[in-house]
Every structure is written in structure tokens, then in C-alpha cells.
Design a protein around this ligand. Structure first.
Ligand code: NAP
Length: 461
């Protein structure tokens, strides 16, 4: 059974869902296409009403929806609630702003009657979305909300270890009054996924996940000549400058590295600290990491959750072992772990040379890379030597200087004096091997619309 919910804290299989049959995949495509033909005719007010209804239900039933995330992939209940709240904000952002963002733009041209023409964002059809397990609802919301607002429909293939979250979202859509086919979760196999991408009624493909999956799915979309967006991995730098408030930096660094058990694409994964404050930073950082509390993720005092699966923990252990074998110093930070659950003792890696595989890898869990650099120029050089380019942050008291350093990072996003900030009203996306395209705000809204040019010719001339 491919889609299996195994609780990362109890390590018990709690529910299994059969893979979709080919007939179910065909039916999902038919229904999504039929729904599109109706939905594209709706006005913005109707679309906004549906988005608002989904948000209202999520908000009302937060205590029903949040525990599903904790049970499926292990995040703390506190973080699960915050994720539900974030989805509410995203849905409401599009309910409020999509109409203006999709308004036809009038542009001047002497070739058209009246000296102007319009660019009209128009819906295109079914958008196929493939999502990861680390933020099971948020990943859906940030693509679904703009697509519904734009007049498209969505077929979802979620990660195989969060089937209950996928099913919960399907139920939510029904309760909110979404017509059949507006959103369809399919427990698709990888082979069925390829078939969905190839179907001519599918007009766009959005993936959030690993580089490996991105390369495969972007390739399948390209072979079918379809636009795709790729939100892939990251190895965000957190740069600490010599004038930084070291305690603030160490506090946010520990938070930025360990929230969601370190399984965040924009986690602060590489701490790059200038020599002048390195020792102070490391000592404060180590203390903050040692203060993490591993425990039942439903317990509100837990701050270090288990990893999402046994395979995730095994892979991370192997990665750390490879880093050590290639010369890195591996320090484990003593945090008491419960008897059950796929917990991972936090690790700090130092002495990572550029020929160490760790230098260019993403560690998806509580593993910190620490680099000591001479000055801000070396900090920028080390930060930019990563193949990834998702987010990053710079800590420094002189905000203008920190902003200037941030401006030199080759990434899609930078935050000053915080690990990656973002939010429902901030675009999200990366560059280099972190992918391409943007999600959220009007940038996400315009990824999968046809920017149609409409101009009148003069019938009298
Ligand atoms: P993953 O293994 O790439 O899986 C992501 C999704 O892709 C899952 O639904 C998976 O389904 C599917 N998938 C993988 N191979 C496929 C194939 N050949 N055909 C069809 N579907 C396929 O990634 P993950 O381990 O779940 O997630 C962690 C990665 O996601 C990290 O690298 C993280 O940085 C990245 N991420 C990026 C962002 C961002 O916005 N940039 C956000 C969150 C996470 P199955 O489970 O069925 O294989």
C-alpha cells in the first residue's frame, strides 16, 4: 500500500489508503475539466466567496484539522495550529486581492482603435500540483488559492506519507461547497502522475519537493510543452556580521534551524559567522539547541518534534556519517529523547571543506553547518557557493549594511535580523537549484494564467 499514515511519534501504522485505479485517474481528469468549463465563467465575487468559506471552516475547525498534521508527519500541535492559521490568511488574501490583481491592464499602442489594447489574465484549465509532506496543508493552500481565484481547477498528488491530510483537505472542500472537480486529491502512483501531466487538459504543473523529483517532473512537463513551477530544496545561509546582536542571532538561528524538526526548505541550514563574534555565537547557539525539548508532539511544551519517517531519519544519519568520514567534525548536542518516535539528536557540523559532500547538500533535519569567516565578503562568498538559492538571512545592527550584504546573496528571498520571514502576503520562491517560479501574492496568481492580448482594430479605416 503506497499511501500509508504512520505516526512518527508512536511509529505505528494508523491508516492505509489504496493507490488510485487508472479509472479513478481518468475520472479525476474528466471531472476537473468539466468543473473548469463552469468555473472559468464565474466572477471574482463567487470565487472569493468560496475561498472565504474554506478559510472560515478551517478557522472554525482548527482543532480538528491541526491534529491530523501532527499524526501524519509528526510536527508539534503548536506548529500544526500555526500552519492552519497561515492557510486561513492565504485563502483570505486571495479572496480580497485576486480581483484587483487579475484586472485587465490597459496599455497604449497606436496599432489599435482608441490608441490602446488590454492584457487580460484568463484561466487556462487544470493545474496539477505535486506537494511534499513537511507542510501538508500550507503547500496545498499556497497553490490552490491562487488557482481557484484565477479560474483554474486543481488536481493534487500529495506525498505518500500524509494521506490523511490530503483526505482532510478534500473533505474541507466539499464542506465549503466547492463543486466536484474544483479540487481533486488523487492517490496517484508515479506512473499515473506522468500520465496526468501528459493529458492535454492539464495546462500547468506545480511541484514542491526535492531536486530529484523536480528534475523528473519538470522534464515530464517540458516533454508535454507545459509550463511548470518548481519549489525545491534549499541550504539557506544565516550570516552573522561583527556588529550583530549575538544573542538575538543565536536565538533566531536555533529557532530557524529546528522548527518543524528542521524539515523546512527555508530552514537556516548554514550558519556563517564572522570570526570576531564566532566563539560567542557558537556558545550561545549551542546553549539554545541544548534547551530544546523533545517529546510528544501533542504536548505544548515540546519544541523538537520527531522526523517525519524512519527513512528520513536513516537518510539524515547516513548523511551525517558521510560528512564525518569526509573530514567534518561532528558534535551531537545532548537533548534527551523519548523512547519512541523518529527523533534525531541535534548535530553541529564544523570543519566542512568544499570537497566534503556536506558542503553542497541540504540536511533536512536538526543538523547545523557552522562556518567561521574573516569578514562579510567571505561570508557572501561562502553563502553563494551553494548550488541552492532559496532564502537566507543576515544579522547585523547596522540595518543598511545588513541589507547591502543581503542584496549580494544569490537567492530568491532574504530576511534581515530574522530567519526567513515570509508570510501570506509575501512572494515565495528560489533561484539556482532551488527551482523557478513564484508562489503567493499576485506573482503566484500570474504563473498559470494566459495573459491574453485583446485589441480592437478600426472598422472604418
Ligand atoms: P520529494 O521526495 O521530492 O516528494 C515531493 C513530492 O513529489 C511527493 O508528493 C512525492 O510523492 C512526489 N514525487 C517524488 N518523485 C516523484 C515522481 N517520480 N513522480 C511523481 N511524483 C513524485 O520531497 P520530500 O522529501 O517529500 O520533501 C522534501 C523536499 O522538499 C526538500 O528538498 C525540501 O527542501 C523541499 N521543499 C521545498 C519547498 C519550497 O517551497 N521550495 C517547500 C517545502 C519543501 P511520493 O511521496 O509518492 O514519492
Amino acid at each position: 500500500m503506497a499511501y500509508t499514515a504512520i505516526n512518527p511519534y508512536t511509529e505505528q501504522v494508523e491508516q492505509e489508503f489504496p493507490n488510485a485505479t487508472d479509472a479513478q485517474v481518468d475520472s479525476a481528469l474528466d471531472t476537473a475539466h468539466q468543473a473548469f468549463l463552469n468555473w472559468r465563467e464565474t466572477d471574482h465575487a463567487q470565487r472569493a466567496r468560496l475561498l472565504g468559506a474554506i478559510a472560515d471552516l478551517l478557522e472554525r475547525d482548527r482543532e480538528t484539522y491541526a491534529p491530523v498534521l501532527t499524526a501524519d508527519m509528526g510536527k508539534t500541535l503548536v506548529e500544526a495550529r500555526a500552519e492552519v492559521d497561515n492557510c486561513v490568511r492565504i485563502l483570505r488574501w486571495y479572496a480580497k486581492h485576486a480581483s484587483a490583481a487579475l484586472a485587465p491592464q490597459v496599455r497604449p499602442s497606436q496599432n489599435y482603435k482608441g490608441g490602446q489594447y488590454q492584457v487580460v489574465p484568463t484561466p487556462v484549465g487544470i493545474i496539477y500540483i505535486v506537494e511534499p509532506w513537511n507542510f501538508p496543508y500550507y503547500q496545498i493552500a499556497r497553490v490552490l488559492a491562487p488557482q481557484l481565484a484565477a479560474g483554474n481547477t486543481v488536481i493534487l498528488k500529495h506525498a505518500s506519507n500524509v494521506p490523511r491530510a490530503a483526505a482532510a483537505w478534500q473533505k474541507l472542500m466539499g464542506e465549503a461547497g466547492a463543486p466536484d472537480g474544483l479540487f481533486t486529491n488523487v492517490f496517484a502512483t508515479h506512473a499515473q502522475s506522468a500520465r496526468i501531466i501528459a493529458d492535454e487538459r492539464v495546462r500547468g504543473v506545480a511541484l514542491t519537493g526535492s531536486e530529484q523529483a523536480g528534475a523528473i517532473i519538470a522534464g515530464q512537463a517540458a516533454a508535454a510543452l507545459k509550463k511548470s513551477t518548481m519549489e525545491l530544496g534549499g541550504a539557506d545561509a544565516l550570516i552573522v556580521l561583527d556588529d550583530a546582536n549575538v544573542d538575538l542571532a543565536a536565538k533566531w538561528a536555533a529557532n530557524g534551524r529546528h522548527r518543524n524538526a528542521g524539515q523546512v526548505c527555508v530552514s537556516s541550514k548554514r550558519m556563517i559567522v564572522v570570526d570576531a563574534v564566532y566563539d560567542r555565537f557558537v556558545s550561545a547557539y549551542r546553549k539554545n539547541v541544548a534547551a530544546l525539548v523533545a517529546g510528544d508532539p501533542r504536548d505544548e511544551t515540546t519544541t523538537l518534534a520527531p522526523l517525519s519517517s524512519q527513512a528520513a531519519r536513516d537518510e539524515l544519519l547516513a548523511q551525517v556519517a558521510r560528512a564525518g568520514a569526509a573530514g567534518a567534525t561532528v558534535e551531537t548536542v545532548d537533548v534527551a529523547l523519548p523512547d519512541s518516535g523518529w527523533f534525531f539528536t541535534p548535530v553541529i557540523l564544523t570543519d566542512i571543506t568544499p570537497d566534503n559532500p556536506a558542503y553542497t547538500e541540504e540536511f533536512f533535519g536538526p543538523v547545523t553547518q557552522l562556518y567561521c569567516v574573516a569578514d562579510e565578503n567571505e561570508a557572501v562568498a561562502v553563502a553563494n557557493s551553494s548550488p541552492y538559492g532559496l532564502g537566507g538571512s543576515v544579522f547585523g545592527a547596522d540595518e543598511q549594511r545588513a541589507l547591502a550584504v543581503g542584496g549580494r546573496l544569490d537567492t530568491g528571498m532574504v530576511s534581515i535580523n530574522r530567519p526567513s520571514l515570509g508570510g501570506a502576503d509575501v512572494p515565495f520562491g528560489g533561484t539556482k537549484r532551488s527551482g523557478y517560479g513564484r508562489e503567493l501574492t499576485e506573482l503566484g496568481l500570474l504563473e498559470f494564467v494566459n495573459l491574453k492580448v485583446i485589441g480592437l482594430g478600426d472598422i472604418n479605416a
